[in-house]
Each structure stands twice: as structure tokens, then as C-alpha cells.
Design a protein. Structure first.
Length: 139
């Protein structure tokens, strides 16, 4: 006997042992879908977040606190989605929309520092994820 259970067919064995490589995880992977579900509120923003209610990365509880994004040292207010670990944000490309009415977005790569604009219930002042206070905006 070579081990417990039946051996997978050659077709399944190949699929199960293929390396994913350096590809970014898709938004439909269970690890990303359960990223914020059932976790207590913390002072660290999630790795990925979207403002689109149709996205699996959308979290209304976190968005209700307000999320500020510093991208390459500049405060951005038009961010549709971000990812800290991969270092990108998606911003609306003007007033252009696709055929379903969603804004067209551009992916920009650089340093992403999200922070909460308002503290959690019973929490202290807002801080960025990296521990650096946001720079004052120039008017």
C-alpha cells in the first residue's frame, strides 16, 4: 500500500502540483475574501480594500471609519482600491466610465500608506499603518 486514500489521476496531479509563481492572488481566493470577516477592529488598515460595494474587498465597517491614503508622500482622495503588500492603488481616470457605469481606473505603483481618519469606538487618535503621522496638506 502506498499511502492513505486513492491516488489522484495524472490530470489532477499536474494541476495540484503546478506552481503559481509570482502572480498576484486573484480577488476570488478564499484567503482574501475572509480577510476582514470576523476580525475585531484594529488600528491597522487591511492590506487590500475597495470602495466598490460589488468587490469582495469591500468592507463597510472599515470604510465607515474613513480611510486616508498617502501615495508616494502625497495625500490621495480619489482612490478606488489599494494594496499595501503589492504597492499599488487604483484611481479613477477622469469622468470616463465603462459600459456598466463603473469608473475607468488606472493602476499606479508606489509606496502606499493607509491610515484611519477616525479612531475606532473607544480608541485613540488616528495613526498611519507605518506609525508615521500624515503630512499636513498644503492649501
Amino acid at each position: 500500500c502506498s499511502g492513505p486514500g486513492p491516488r489522484p489521476s495524472p490530470r489532477n496531479r499536474k494541476r495540484d502540483t503546478q506552481e503559481v509563481g509570482n502572480r498576484a492572488p486573484t480577488r476570488y481566493q478564499p484567503a482574501i475574501l475572509t480577510m476582514t470577516i470576523g476580525r475585531p477592529m484594529t488600528d491597522t488598515p487591511p492590506d487590500r480594500l475597495s470602495v466598490n460595494p460589488r468587490s469582495p474587498l469591500y468592507d463597510p465597517e472599515i470604510l465607515s471609519r474613513g480611510i486616508g491614503i498617502r501615495f508616494n508622500g502625497i495625500e490621495k482622495t480619489n482612490v478606488e482600491e489599494y494594496c499595501i503588500s503589492e504597492g499599488w492603488i487604483k484611481v479613477a481616470a477622469g469622468k470616463a466610465v465603462d459600459r456598466k457605469g463603473n469608473p475607468m481606473t488606472i493602476k499606479l505603483k508606489g509606496e502606499v500608506i493607509p491610515y484611519f481618519e477616525r479612531p475606532a469606538a473607544g480608541g485613540d487618535a488616528a495613526e498611519p499603518a507605518s506609525g508615521v503621522a500624515p503630512a499636513p496638506t498644503e492649501d
